[in-house]
Write a protein that binds this ligand. Sequence first.
Ligand code: KIV
Length: 261
Amino acid sequence: MKKTIQILQAKKGVEKITAITAYDALFANLFDPYIDIILVGDSLNMSFGGNQDTLSIGIEKMIYHTKAVCKGSKEAFIIADMPFGSYQSGDMALKNAVKIYRQTHADAIKIEGGIERSELIRHLVHEGIGVIAHIGLMPQFARFEGGYKIKGKNQEEAKKLLDSAIALQDSGASMVVLEGIQAKIAKNITENLKIPTIGIGSGIHCDGQILVWSDMFGFFERFEPKFVRKYLDGSSLIKNALQTYIQDVKTGNFPSLEESY
Ligand code: KIV
């Protein structure tokens, strides 16, 4: 059954929501039957594009990858990230979100930012765009903030996060991603919202969890954040298989008669 926002919201307090990123049809197709949400995250600019941060990806590339993910997926709820610089005003955000909606089958778009995004999100929701908010550690702000900083470390930050989450909910956001937030602060936010929270590096109390696929399957070797659990040693598996292939080619063991026409 196709996952809708109504189905996902009904899981709050009943059953945890599962989410993962994907950037292409191949992996979307693998994840789709099992997972609630697939996020076409702008993290693809780092793990797929080899860049230092998420800032340089534009709307056209996000649309290209979202189209591919939608082609590979039947049931999961698909979220497309709005890239850096694509939602600097309400009208710009609407124009780009409509572009994503028209050109892909994404079910919602995701926007980074706190209380200051409330009006912009209200504007999008009013025009029929599903919006997922994203607060806490916001990778699009990492350059400005001088790195990837955990949030909610003092009372002022904790209050700001809670106020933001409530304002974003009130402006019509369907869910909120909580990234890099102290677990007890994420718990308090989760308990004070009617909409689900999806955590990444924000502890166990969120309504759901998301991980970047290449991190959790051990393919992204550049750095390993504390919050990532490696469910597969993907890069070792690939390297070993590749070496076996190279060996087989060099020794004439591949292709065999059965693998030839
Ligand atoms: O871009 C991304 O993959 C994300 C997740 C880290 C939530 O925004």
